[in-house]
Design a protein around this ligand. Sequence first.
Ligand SMILES: Cc1cc2nc3c(=O)[nH]c(=O)nc-3n(C[C@H](O)[C@H](O)[C@H](O)COP(=O)(O)OP(=O)(O)OC[C@H]3O[C@@H](n4cnc5c(N)ncnc54)[C@H](O)[C@@H]3O)c2cc1C
Length: 379
Amino acid sequence: MDLLHSGADEEFRAEARAWLTAHVPRTPLPSLETEEGFAAHRAWEAELAADRWSVVSWPEEFAGRAASLLAWLVFEEEYWAAGAPGRVGQNGISLLAPTLFAHGTAEQRARVLAPMARGEVVWAQAWSEPEAGSDLASLTSRAVRTDGGWRLSGQKTWSSRAAFADRAFGLFRSDPDTPRPHQGLTYLMFDLRAPGVTVRPVGRLDGKPAFAEVFLDEVFVPDEDVIGEPGQGWRIAMSTAADERGLTLRSPGRFLASAARLHELWRERGGPADARARVADALIGARAYQLFTYAAASRVLDGASLGPESSMNKVFWSDYDLALHETALDVLGAEGERAGSAWAEGYVFSLAGPVYAGTNEIQRDIIAERLLGLPKGRR
Ligand SMILES: Cc1cc2nc3c(=O)[nH]c(=O)nc-3n(C[C@H](O)[C@H](O)[C@H](O)COP(=O)(O)OP(=O)(O)OC[C@H]3O[C@@H](n4cnc5c(N)ncnc54)[C@H](O)[C@@H]3O)c2cc1C
């Protein structure tokens, strides 16, 4: 007996599975971190959206299916089990969209969400700066008031996929004279091709160019692109961060599928003596993460917010992904080192997991202080 899923969820699962079986490309798309792959993934977003599979949990008026959070988790399980392409629209869909649902205006939702769902406008997250990563509140990029809007200046960095994306959302210092750095920040959306914006690609470890730093020189942004009240950016950004670390960035469906593939690989190849136990750990870990996430989702459905508990998800999924890929490479032996293999690419990307979405050291501090009630560490 399944305590979690209703008959309706299972019908939804069957419908999603049938659609994915008919539509998932038979050969994997080129990497979305390249120009060609980016275009191919955009087209895939449009194909998903045409049959309303792009944003299943959004209201129907914004191209969704109004699916519940639990149904969305079901969809994710089917999506990754089917080997469907990575989501190039992810930053927009899982970070900006929940922020707009919670803090945006009706006009912003009407203007931004449907083109995002169709992959016509792909969004980049422009939060980090050279001197503001973990300590995000120390950011110095400015938003200065002007007629009808704001002028943005400064530098953002480590912006995933910004080299090929269309627009970005980020935090800017609109009042430099506040007593605390978390105050006086404003959350804005801007066009990556607007006059005054320079996007400079940064090569990743695997040589792919989609990562970028973004330079802004007096870039005009109209008032309609401010999210929430000017000066309230920090509070709004923290709700985005909980989404990023918690449910939406790495759903358990992805790890259930990866663990099943690792299991398959190990059954075919064997591997070093400890591989059996490590594969078992991967299978158990994916299931544990699934149950943990369902518990969190149930709490959210009961009206709770994700809050600092999302830091536990973040630490878990990033450590898990790394261990899973290390096991796969050990099972493959020398062959695993071959550049271009999916396991090798996945391994290189998993190395970044403990860094992006807030480093694991920071997450552990949050868990220690806000969940366990331990005293503040020395900074
Ligand atoms: C693959 C990847 C994709 C990314 N994508 C984006 C993106 O799309 N948009 C975006 O805005 N940013 C993005 N980032 C940036 C990412 O959010 C930052 O790298 C991250 O927040 C860490 O900041 P930093 O690199 O400046 O490191 P720092 O903050 O300088 O940290 C360096 C080290 O010091 C540790 N440290 C710092 N402060 C403390 C403390 N108080 N207590 C304990 N340890 C501490 C950190 O944990 C880390 O180990 C991405 C990063 C990566 C690797």
